[in-house]
Design a protein around this ligand. Structure first.
Ligand code: SER
Length: 582
């Protein structure tokens, strides 16, 4: 039986409810781009909110960590991974948690006890040393127990949130004799499971307080444990990956041996791209946020495919993606549902990048030849490679490194910012122009724009976001992401909803708050980086909440009748609506 099923069944038998994996892009947590741990979607429940499934939960969760994206290419790093996790929300605590882990590892997975070692939290001036966990392990005849400090045995996602001391379980992954004690510096000991005893909350100011409940949050890396159980020391040779690697070997007509790095990068990055594109969040390659990470992953995979002389005229990216989709279909239904989108977006991005990649590479080689001894690519050239040839800065850095060159990344960032500033000034100008005189008509259209934005979400889904707006005294123009033409029926619905809201005479409130608070509260915003630390949020009842400079009407009843006059494409994946008030 597959490790996922073994894990879920075990914990279901122990009274846990199997909850589905949350989307890889967090739904209500704009503080992170991707879920990086199984607990992330559960934060509100760890903080005390009642979970509809009860107090014992188990799942496998899609996670993405990109902080060591550049390390992918070795035997163990991946950008996407699955985390097997079980949770107690104020239910059981250390005793049961440790006993369950021990039982699963030794009785279900049949791991010999001698191969296991554990670490527990040694405590600090605020939190006592975790003798309780150490005693439980001892009773279970685990002898190798090490006490480690806050940097090793205390877990928190990011800088603030629910947190606590943890106990980590290690496995001796080597044919060498098993040592008598655990040595954290010895890499033959690999961490396989982390049981966090989440009983504290750390505020953004760094203050530790006790949570309402004593919770347990555990996480086990599916890829890593699969490799261990199968006795391979290269994760990419385990059953998680082997058919993907074999497919790449066939496509490239090279063997894995000698080409490991590029093949691992292609396998890993295409898998992550498949999961991001297959997520209900509707992310597409772009130059911001998750879309930029997706673009980087696909472009880096393309670059390594070219290194293996894979012809760009073939459907290599689709073939690899298809293997991945089929492989995961049983566990992640959304991949089958979104198969066409996944495959088409990969191909589109390949075609787009290939149009400029060749020229960009030539440009880079020319640069490198001309620079001679001065082995640093300056900011202007790095920016040109980005702007003209679509080279993510990280790709330029990676390529430069292969030639023994470095890149003035700081300078690039400054240039990038300068470029953004320029577009911002341009945008503000247009905006000001649109609102010249803050005439009554424009103010009304401005409020109508917020209602339109909210109504589009109701009709087309929450993935719809503003991509542009322009208002004159005659009409509003609103751009938003959506992949197909909005049908007549949908437009009618949107129009009707806005008109109902107008009839409902809803007050428009303006609230001042910190930018951070505004994001936390889920307020809509197009270019968050363009706003100061203190912002104004316009709230229209429960319908809409947007970061905005205003001005707006006081009550929706002032708007009259809303009418959509046109719907058209604005650019790829972006639709445009023009509307008036009568
Ligand atoms: N949140 C912990 C981790 O990511 C346990 O799941 O390691």
């Amino acid at each position: 039986m597959n490790l996922r099923d073994l894990y879920i069944n075990f914990f279901v038998e122990k009274g846990h409810k199997h909850i589905p994996s949350a989307p890889v892009v967090p739904e209500n947590d704009p503080s992170v781009l991707f879920n990086t741990a199984g607990m992330q979607p559960l934060i509100p429940y760890l903080m005390g909110k009642k979970h509809p499934y009860g107090t014992r939960l188990v799942d496998y969760q899609k996670c993405i960590r990109t902080n060591d994206l550049d390390e992918v290419g070795d035997k163990t790093h991946h950008t996407f991974f699955e985390m097997l996790g079980n949770w107690s929300l104020g239910d059981y605590f250390k005793e049961e948690s440790i006993n369950y882990s021990y039982e699963f590892l030794t009785r279900v997975l049949n791991i010999p006890v001698e191969r296991l070692a554990v670490t527990v939290f040694e405590g600090n001036d605020q939190i006592p040393r975790d003798e309780v966990s150490a005693n439980i392990w001892q009773k279970l005849s685990i002898k190798k127990i090490a006490y480690l400090g806050i940097e090793n045995n205390f877990w928190i996602a990011g800088d603030s949130g629910p947190c606590g001391g943890d106990t980590e379980i290690f496995y001796w992954r080597s044919k060498d004799p098993i040592p008598e004690s655990f040595d954290p510096e010895d890499e033959r000991w690999v961490e396989i499971w982390n049981n966090v005893f989440m009983e504290y909350y750390k505020s953004p100011e760094g203050k530790i307080s006790e949570l309402e409940n004593k919770n347990v949050d555990t996480g086990m890396g599916y890829e890593r444990v699969s490799a261990i159980l199968e006795g391979v020391d290269d994760n990419y040779l385990s059953s998680v990956w082997i058919d993907v690697i074999e497919k790449i070997e066939t496509i490239a007509n090279f063997s894995y041996q000698g080409n490991e790095k590029s093949m691992r990068i292609i396998a890993d990055h295409i898998r992550s791209a498949v999961f991001i594109l297959g997520d209900p969040s509707g992310i597409k390659p772009s130059n911001t946020d998750q879309g930029y990470i997706l673009r980087r992953l696909i472009r880096r995979a393309i670059r390594h495919a070219r290194k293996l002389n894979i012809s760009m005229d073939t459907n290599w990216e689709r073939e690899i993606a298809e293997i991945i989709i089929n492989k995961y279909a049983k566990y992640y239904n959304e991949l089958t549902q979104n198969k066409e989108i996944i495959l088409d977006e990969l191909t589109k991005e390949k075609e787009k990048f290939n149009r400029t990649l060749e020229k960009g590479l030539r440009e880079l080689e020319k640069l490198i030849r001309n620079l001679g001894n001065q082995n640093i690519i300056d900011a202007a050239n790095a920016f040109k490679l980005y702007d003209t040839y679509g080279f993510p800065i990280e790709l330029t850095e990676e390529l430069a490194k292969e030639y023994g060159f470095t890149v003035d990344t700081e300078g690039f960032k400054a240039k990038f910012k300068e470029h953004q500033e320029k577009s911002r000034v341009g945008a503000e100008h247009k905006f000001k122009g649109g609102l010249a005189g803050d005439s009554e008509a424009e103010t009304k259209l401005h409020t109508a724009t917020h209602l339109l934005n909210a109504a589009l979400k109701k009709v087309l889904g929450n993935n719809v976001h503003q991509r542009g707006s322009n208002i004159t005294s005659e009409r509003l123009r609103f751009d938003f992401n959506h992949d197909q033409k909005v049908t007549e029926e949908e437009l009618q619905k949107v129009e009707d909803i806005v008109n109902i809201w107008i009839k409902d005479s809803i007050n428009v409130e303006v609230i001042e708050m910190s930018k951070e608070q505004a994001i936390k509260s889920g307020a809509e915003c197009m270019f968050i980086e363009r706003y100061p630390d203190m912002v104004t949020v316009y709230k229209i009842g429960d319908i809409s909440k947007e970061l905005c400079g205003g001005p707006h009407v006081k009550n929706t009843s002032e708007l009259g009748t809303f009418k959509i006059i046109k719907e058209e494409a604005s650019s790829a994946g972006i639709r445009r609506i023009k509307a008036i008030l009568l």
